[in-house]
Write a protein that binds this ligand. Structure first.
Ligand code: 2AM
Ligand code: CA
Length: 266
């Protein structure tokens, strides 16, 4: 199926920003040994990538509102459309020369996700979806995995960073899920976790406390790949709460019940 004009705009912006990020990623290894380390360099790379994306999107669709990780909300003349942008998801990986990071761009219209793009420059893998038109990896249709038993499932998750989130709760979650599944993975990029669920590379993903730009594109891509995406109460507050749970219908349901066992009574 030919890509829509809208997706073409988003893909062009992602690929352009990716060229800079790939160059900068190649430099990170050299910087590991400097006294200051690569942190400032990475934050400059992140900002530069965001500028490129914002510039491309504004040129193609002037006036759309923008929500981006580095700039926050840039109110446009058109408030019905909003770009949600993460120029570099997996920053800690990038900083360490660990090759798992992605650019994520979504478009919302009247609060509904219309299109999403996630691009991994290291593997040159481009995940796209437009509402009602399916999800694609490098222009080939993708579907969530068909496995229905937790026993067979490989599941990715997030673990809160130092000084963020509820570490004790994260450990309770791991301790209920670990004995029931084939394996748990932690990639460090929520956007790629969602892309991997959509492509059937893993069976489910859950994380708490994420930001809208981490997950907006991925939510649509998983849905268009036939997956279920909710918060832990089966509601659709993911962009507001940052809590997300996703997989095919069977695994999503079983994992939700399991995770709820890890919650302390309030
Ligand atoms: P980032 O790499 O763009 O920061 C990994 O668990 C996920 O959490 C990544 O998608 C990462 O996005 C996100 N993340 C990292 N630090 C965060 C923070 N302080 N608040 C919210 N999300 C964060
Ligand atoms: Ca992010």
């Amino acid at each position: 199926m030919p890509r829509s004009a809208l997706l073409n705009v988003m893909v062009k912006a992602a690929r352009k920003a990716a060229r800079g990020l790939s160059r900068d990623f190649g430099e990170v290894e050299n910087l590991q040994v400097s006294i200051k380390g690569p942190a400032d360099f990475v934050s400059a790379a992140d900002q530069k990538a965001e500028e490129v994306i914002v510039q491309e999107l504004q040129r193609a669709r002037p006036g759309y509102t923008i929500l981006a990780e580095e700039s926050g909300e840039i109110s446009g003349t058109d408030k019905t459309h909003r770009w949600i942008i993460d120029p570099l998801d997996g920053t800690t990986n990038f900083l360490h020369g660990f090759p798992l990071f992605a650019i994520s761009i979504a478009l919302e219209r009247d609060g509904q996700l219309e299109a999403g793009v996630i691009y991994n420059p290291v593997t040159d893998e481009l995940y796209t979806a437009a509402r009602g038109s399916g999800a694609y990896l490098n222009d080939r249709r993708i579907r969530v995995a068909g496995r229905s038993r937790l026993d067979d499932a490989v599941i990715t998750c997030g673990i809160p960073h130092r000084e963020r989130g509820d570490h004790a709760q994260a450990i309770r979650e791991l301790s209920v899920v670990m004995p029931k599944v084939a394996g748990i993975r932690r990639t460090g990029s929520a956007a790629l976790d969602l892309a991997f669920v959509a492509a059937g590379r893993c069976d489910a993903f859950w994380e708490s406390g994420l930001m809208p730009w981490d997950i907006a594109a991925g939510i649509l891509i998983v849905r268009e790949a036939g997956g279920i995406v909710t918060d832990f109460e089966n509601k659709h507050t993911m962009l507001e709460t940052g809590d997300i749970l996703t997989g095919n219908e069977a695994i999503h349901n079983d994992l939700r019940k399991l995770l709820n066992k890890s919650r302390l009574p309030v």
